[in-house]
Design a protein around this ligand. Structure first.
Ligand SMILES: Cc1cc2nc3c(=O)[nH]c(=O)nc-3n(C[C@H](O)[C@H](O)[C@H](O)COP(=O)(O)OP(=O)(O)OC[C@H]3O[C@@H](n4cnc5c(N)ncnc54)[C@H](O)[C@@H]3O)c2cc1C
Length: 480
């Protein structure tokens, strides 16, 4: 019988892993529980307009992302599209544009707004550059896999919050502005180590862009390459059971939910570890590892509102970080007393309409508490849930109107989705960025104690499209 390599979960992590493994000559089957592949790359239509679910922008077209796209042969599919970035702090009514010409440009721009803190700002970005220079994978073309394990820095034991405190900033707003990209990885400054934060932020800070046709661009390219390399796709399917060798810590076969039994050489889980850990008996995976996995904490989810501007109203392609105030920790922890709303506006080249997508940080547990859950069975038509959705949608529209006063009354809502909706797409917590990467807490990534089983995805290494591609590359490379 042919041995199969199974990849579970078809978000950007699973797609990347499946292609890299197929290119190694393996017989790859990609298993996805939903009826379609793509995870958070998927887009949807409303009133003839196209909207993103979980992918609006990225960084890295100047370097590592382009290198990876070439490796995957997606360089002609995935092209950058300019996106102006700005920060708006509501309680001080302070707004400013962020440049996209590297950390030195960022240092100069932020220093021009806060001259009294210029030295601290320079120190912050110099430390970030030092961390990036000590991260071999960021220089992908000369990267040697042995280097990956030696990327240590003097900042490894320091949280982002501690580093920020050491700068003794005079302007309170900088406490949000310098670590702003924590909103794009989801681990709050009090929990994340400084190097982790810098590695997630660097490419976004240096040059943030949208992608022409968003996730569609990735998906059409992956589908073409899968056909070329013979990747089998099984949608509406999951893993029902795993079989293990009696003589060694090895998985021998997988039984899928459609009852297919596959003899396997390797299995790669690009899903939340809490969703697959139960497939391993205690004899294979020690109880202490299972306990650790159970204790991993999710990042926030989002409440998302999509729509378009009334006819005659237009806005450039733009990302605005709307911050209620400067306390980022309070936006990224459960029981939050604060929030941020990312507002992306985009112009459809076909019909000239400006669409908007606004996503507000919110934890699943907080959403459930706010709408009077938990619910037995379906919640979607529950009155309390509908009221919660309406109230939150209205509040998000207020954020947009406060950011762009001329748009007040001219925003047409076409769709909204709460963290309870995300839970269906990203079980079990609907988290936007996987598990929180808390300092001192080791996560489940790479090869597991069952030697032919591997964990990847945004729960394992870095979240975001770039982090997931990088994580998949590292997980697959260790086997080649
Ligand atoms: C609203 C929002 C906005 C975001 N914006 C950006 C952005 O602009 N830029 C950016 O880089 N990142 C963004 N992110 C984060 C980014 O989307 C994720 O980090 C990344 O897409 C995760 O990819 P993944 O492959 O690890 O997981 P996913 O995309 O979540 O894919 C996992 C897949 O596994 C499937 N699955 C789950 N359980 C099973 C199972 N048991 N069996 C089989 N299949 C299963 C799921 O159905 C899903 O298709 C955003 C996230 C959200 C929610």
């Amino acid at each position: 019988m042919t041995k199969h390599t199974i990849v579970v979960g078809s978000g950007i992590s699973g797609l990347t892993a499946a292609l890299l493994l197929a290119k190694q000559g393996r017989q790859v089957t990609l298993v996805e529980r939903l009826p379609h592949i793509g995870g958070f790359l998927n887009r949807f239509n409303r009133s003839g307009l196209r909207f993103d679910t979980g992918f609006h922008f990225t960084g890295g077209f100047d370097g590592i992302l382009s290198d990876f796209l070439e490796l995957l042969n997606l360089q002609d599919d995935v092209k950058p599209a300019p996106l102006q970035t700005e920060i708006f702090i509501a309680d001080t009514d302070h707004r400013f544009k962020l440049p996209c010409n590297g950390l030195s440009g960022l240092t100069d721009t932020i220093s021009s707004h806060f001259p009294q803190d210029a030295a601290a700002i320079r120190k912050y970005y110099t430390a970030e550059q030092e961390i990036i220079d000590a991260t071999p994978i960021f220089n992908f073309k000369s990267f040697d896999k042995a280097d990956f394990f030696s990327m240590m820095t003097q900042y490894d034991a320091v949280t982002l919050q501690e580093y920020m405190d050491s700068l003794e900033l005079k302007s309170p707003e900088l406490k949000a502005i310098l670590p702003i990209m924590a909103l794009c990885h989801g681990t709050p400054p009090v929990e994340s180590d400084f190097p982790y934060h810098c590695r997630c932020s660097y490419n976004l800070e240096s040059h943030l862009t949208a992608v022409q046709h968003g996730g569609d661009a990735f998906l059409s390219g992956f589908k073409r390459e899968f056909a070329k390399y013979g990747v089998t796709i099984k949608t509406a399917t999951t893993i029902k059971e795993l079989k293990f060798s009696e003589t060694s810590p090895t998985c021998t076969a997988a039984i899928l939910s459609d009852e297919t039994c596959m003899e396997i050489d390797d299995i790669y889980f690009a899903i939340n570890p809490q969703s697959f850990i139960g497939l391993f008996p205690d004899s294979c995976l020690p109880a202490r590892i299972k306990r650790r996995v159970k204790n991993l904490k999710p990042t926030c989810s989002f409440f998302t509102v999509c729509g378009c501007l009334d006819d005659g109203f237009q806005l450039e392609n733009r990302l605005t970080f709307f911050l209620r105030d400067s306390d980022i920790n309070q936006m990224l922890l459960p029981n939050a007393t604060n929030y941020s709303t990312g507002i992306v506006t985009s112009n459809d080249p076909l019909n000239g309409r400006t669409t908007f997508t606004a996503f507000r940080t919110m934890f699943l547990e907080d959403a459930i508490a706010q709408c009077g859950g938990p619910f037995d069975g379906s919640y979607r038509h529950e009155q309390k849930y509908l009221e919660f959705k309406e109230k939150t949608t209205e509040s998000i529209l207020q954020d947009i109107a406060q950011t762009y006063p001329s748009l007040r009354g001219h925003l047409k809502v076409l769709n909204s989705a709460s963290p309870l909706t995300s839970q269906r797409f990203s079980p079990p917590f609907g988290s936007a960025y996987g598990t929180r990467q808390t300092i001192g807490v080791s996560r489940l990534s790479g090869r597991l104690p069952v030697v032919n089983c591997h964990a990847l995805g945004h729960h394992a290494h870095f979240p975001g499209i770039l982090g997931c591609i990088l994580g998949a590359y590292l997980a697959c490379m260790t086997k080649s």
